[in-house]
Design a protein around this ligand. Structure first.
Ligand code: NAP
Length: 303
């Protein structure tokens, strides 16, 4: 989105609200690469903040939004790293306490509900707000899992609202480029539809499959004989249930539509099994294998 000769002035202070895996990784990466002069962090748990100070992830830490925003300036960037359903209440606090024209962005996994919330809170879409979502992460959570290189060679999707000032958009884009990510742009609605298919549905399937196995009578035996396939497929069911509950609720329309499509595809396979149709089964598996190989090839090319 930006090129090296066309960058916004550097960020004076990065203010991270919600210092978990993603917020902590942005803070660490930005400090390591000298993208910001200093990092302030706000989180509710005192242990998290103590850890962040000890490890040099944040220069100063606060337990309230009012305090962390005191003295904020137009040269600052506020990054929201809280779970998606906490973003609304956090925006309300920012609206109440932020006096400067600092840039506001977020890393939430769903976007349309957030944009709507911002419109409600400010009564119009604010010109300093640029929503974003890094397509990088892991099933780990908490600041202890933070990794300053997490975004290297990954994509970040920005969903500009159309009301933003160019320099705010540029500043957010520069931050992600500086962290080694490639930056894309699309509408919030389109983002939510795409991510429902590529990220949210796979999480639904992993959680439901593992839950199904856990509820089977011979559970111990099932898991004893589970091998690499189960390990690969179930990895993302180790993700934080509370974070994923919020994502499901925030993007329920798109996710429900994808689940219905999935049911129809599963039924095709069920019919092929009932009809003992090896050709039909093979056709489905070959199509899937080809798509998966193509995806891996493309991922390698994009590196
Ligand atoms: P996380 O490790 O659980 O971090 C969330 C942090 O937010 C915690 O430190 C939590 O600590 C804090 N928090 C929660 N509610 C808060 C509030 N009201 N005010 C201030 N702090 C609050 O989760 P994460 O994986 O970093 O995810 C954060 C965001 O990134 C989510 O919106 C998620 O959708 C998005 N995301 C995640 C991934 C991923 O793979 N994990 C990838 C891309 C985007 P306290 O409860 O102690 O305050």
């Amino acid at each position: 989105m930006s090129d090296a000769n066309d960058t916004a002035p550097p960020i004076r202070r990065l203010i991270v609200i919600g210092l978990g895996l993603i917020g902590g990784s942005v803070a660490l990466g930005a400090k390591k690469r000298g993208l910001v002069k200093e990092v302030y962090a706000m989180n509710r748990s005192a242990d998290t903040l103590e850890y962040a100070r000890d490890k040099g992830i944040a220069d100063k830490t606060f337990q309230s939004i009012e305090e962390v925003l005191e003295g904020a300036s137009d040269e600052d960037l506020i990054l929201l790293g809280v779970p998606v359903l906490s973003l609304g209440p956090v925006l309300e606090q920012i609206h109440k306490h932020l006096e400067a024209d600092a840039t506001i962005t977020d890393v939430g996994s769903t976007k349309a509900a957030l944009v709507e919330k911002a419109r409600q809170v400010w009564s119009t879409l604010p010109s300093n707000f640029v929503p974003g979502h890094p397509i990088a992460g892991s099933e780990k959570f908490g600041v202890q899992a933070a990794n300053g290189d997490l975004f290297e060679e990954h994509r970040v999707i920005l969903t500009p609202t159309g009301a933003e000032d160019e320099h705010h958009l540029q500043r957010v884009s520069d931050l992600w480029s500086g962290l080694g990510a490639g930056v894309d742009s699309m509408t919030a609605d389109h983002h939510d539809k795409v991510l429902a298919a590529t990220s949210h549905l796979p999480h639904v399937l992993a959680f439901v499959l593992v839950d199904q196995l856990a509820s089977m009578e011979e559970q111990t035996e099932v898991l004893r004989y589970a091998a690499g396939g189960f390990r690969d497929f179930s990895r993302i069911a180790g993700s934080d249930p509370a974070m994923w509950r919020d994502i499901m609720i925030a993007n329920k329309e798109s996710i429900s539509a994808r689940i219905e499509e999935f049911e129809s595809h599963l039924n095709q396979l069920k019919t092929a099994l009932r009809d003992s149709s090896p050709e039909q089964i093979q056709e489905i598996f070959e199509r899937a294998q080809k798509t998966r190989n193509g995806f891996l090839h493309k991922s390698e090319e994009n590196k």
